[in-house]
Ligand binder design. Structure first.
Ligand code: 2P0
Length: 323
């Protein structure tokens, strides 16, 4: 009873920050993301009578600090399959973990698919998305490829809080230049950060209230393939999320000086007519979204900024797959 799945990271153009229900991990706001082809997690799950306890290895290291979250996800699938076997979970990320590059998104999407398949469960993507959400909210989006929207839903049990694709990457191919400005894992996880913002940020209420406006505008921009509208609203939504985080107590400043320099560089490029915009998650890395024809140029500009350690360029990728 063994299966392996590969899922890709995603970055949100309209961000998820805050929860409606922590037990079921229902987000307080919807979100829209793009799935990234070259940043992925591969996870093998083996259930068996001979396995005495759940274990989790990430990049060849036992990660006891993450084991509870992995077990919660395994428990949901065990209960659906009506079995009680323990599992061995072995996972690899091909990019830095826990540094604002959405490793929990690809990680829990791959875990959900691999665990379901190894238990012989052949669930449709919507159901996988609902299960992955309970592991990590952003993982619900990594079940799908291309442009993806995550819904808050209105049922209290979370059964309509799932993601779905809104446009395929073939319909609108975009590139993302990722500028790495720090390799170590962040000190405050998204989960803890957003809980602090909910409790202490004076802007949290406005964030939740105005999120549907950004969602409508970004969905419209994607459907119309209107890069300029997408750029304006995605940058605004990103800066709003960081304003909420920065005004939390204690303050959550995820940026470093290279992050800020990259923001200015990307805005300058766009002013000069290059179709590019930035987004930043709960970490110091910059993601510059652009049309494929300009990605080499954007990468060259970002690579030369002091404090940028590395860059990579990726297109948009597919959803989770069993391998
Ligand atoms: C996003 N982030 O929409 C936002 C932007 C981080 C900043 O989704 O608590 O790791 O596991 O549901 O999914 C990161 O949040 O949080 C995230 P949990 P998750 O991409």
């Amino acid at each position: 009873m063994k299966a392996t799945a590969k899922a890709r990271a995603n970055i949100a153009l309209v961000k998820y920050w805050g929860k409606l229900n922590t037990d079921l991990n229902i987000p307080a706001v919807g979100s829209i993301s793009i799935t990234l082809d070259k940043l992925w997690t591969e996870t093998e799950v083996e259930f068996g009578k001979s396995i005495s306890a759940d274990t989790f290895f990430l990049n060849n290291e036992a990660r006891k600090d993450q084991l509870d979250r992995v077990i919660s996800c395994l428990d949901i699938l065990r209960s659906l399959a009506k079995v009680s076997y323990a599992a061995r979970v072995v996972s690899h990320n091909n990019f830095p973990t826990g540094a604002g590059l959405a490793s929990s998104a690809s990680g829990f999407a791959a875990l959900t698919m691999a665990a379901a398949r190894s238990l012989g469960l052949d669930f449709p993507p919507k159901k996988l998305s609902i299960i992955a959400r309970q592991g990590s909210g952003s993982a619900a989006r990594s079940i799908f490829g291309g442009f993806v929207e995550m819904h808050v839903g209105s049922k209290g049990d979370g059964s309509d809080s799932f993601a779905e694709p809104i446009l395929s990457s073939d319909d609108w191919p975009l590139d993302v230049v990722v500028a790495i400005t720090e390799r170590k894992e962040k000190e405050v996880s998204s989960r803890i950060g957003m809980a602090k913002s909910e409790l202490t940020s004076p802007y949290y209420g406005e964030w939740v209230k105005t999120s549907p406006i950004d969602l409508n505008s970004v969905r419209e921009a994607i459907q119309a393939q209107d890069f300029e509208q997408l750029a304006e609203v995605a940058e605004l939504n990103c800066l709003k999320m960081h304003a909420v985080a920065i005004a939390s107590q204690p303050p959550l400043v995820y940026w470093n000086s290279a992050t800020v320099a990259c923001i200015h560089a990307v805005r300058e490029l766009r002013r000069s007519g290059i179709p590019v915009f930035f987004t930043i998650d709960a970490g110091p890395q910059i993601k510059a979204v652009c049309t494929p024809g300009v990605s080499k140029n954007v990468e060259k500009v970002l690579r030369d900024i002091p404090g940028v350690l590395d860059t990579l360029v990726t297109g948009l990728g597919p959803g989770v797959e069993e391998i």
